[in-house]
Write a new protein. Structure first.
Length: 187
């Protein structure tokens, strides 16, 4: 009896692994220096069944400043009805307001990076996704120049039920640096 169970478990494992290995993926790489263009291209890709895969901001191979997004489509997996919003702000107060407005509409966090414009501006950029069964999200933006302060603020937010999503190092308007963390609570 144990041998039968072992053989069955082995065959089931091989079948599941074969199914996973047989899965195919398609990718779309988007790169631009404008946030509005990126949002438009992401939504066009979503209409073709692609979903957000990852984001990176920085210098391109050609030396310019770009944000690069990889969109993914898994063969046979439905992804219809998704919408994307790309938020970019240099002030944490503005970022908090824009994030919460999107959260009220059910947009969920996907990723963040620093978006550098050709004119030397550095903005925190956040990509959000809305699925058909979206729930309201409460966002919290924490920003400080001291890591010890960030730890205290994260612990307080965690006690309040907020989940950490991501962190970037941003520039203040006066040229200093600050650690910016994004947190959420789904209602």
């Amino acid at each position: 009896m144990k041998l039968k169970s072992l053989i069955f478990a082995t065959l089931l494992s091989v079948a599941l692994n074969s199914a996973l290995l047989a899965e195919k993926f398609d990718y779309r790489v988007l790169a631009t220096s404008k946030t509005s263009t990126m949002e438009k291209e992401m939504n066009q890709a979503a209409e073709s069944g692609f979903v957000f895969g990852g984001v990176m901001g920085g210098e391109s191979a050609a030396g310019g400043k770009e944000v690069l997004v990889v969109m993914v489509k898994a063969e046979g997996k439905p992804s219809a009805g998704r919408k994307y919003v790309l938020l970019a702000a240099s002030k944490t107060g503005t970022l908090q307001k824009e994030l919460q407005r999107a959260g009220d509409e059910g947009f969920q966090y996907c990723g963040q990076t620093i978006f550098e414009s050709a004119f030397g501006g550095r903005e925190v950029s956040i990509i959000l996704e809305q699925q058909p069964s979206a729930k309201r999200v409460i966002y919290q933006v924490l920003a400080t120049s001291k890591t010890s302060t960030m730890e205290k603020e994260l612990k307080q937010a965690g006690d309040g039920g907020f989940q950490f999503l991501g962190v970037v190092l941003g520039k203040t308007l006066l040229g200093g640096s600050e650690v910016i963390s994004i947190l959420q609570k789904v209602e």
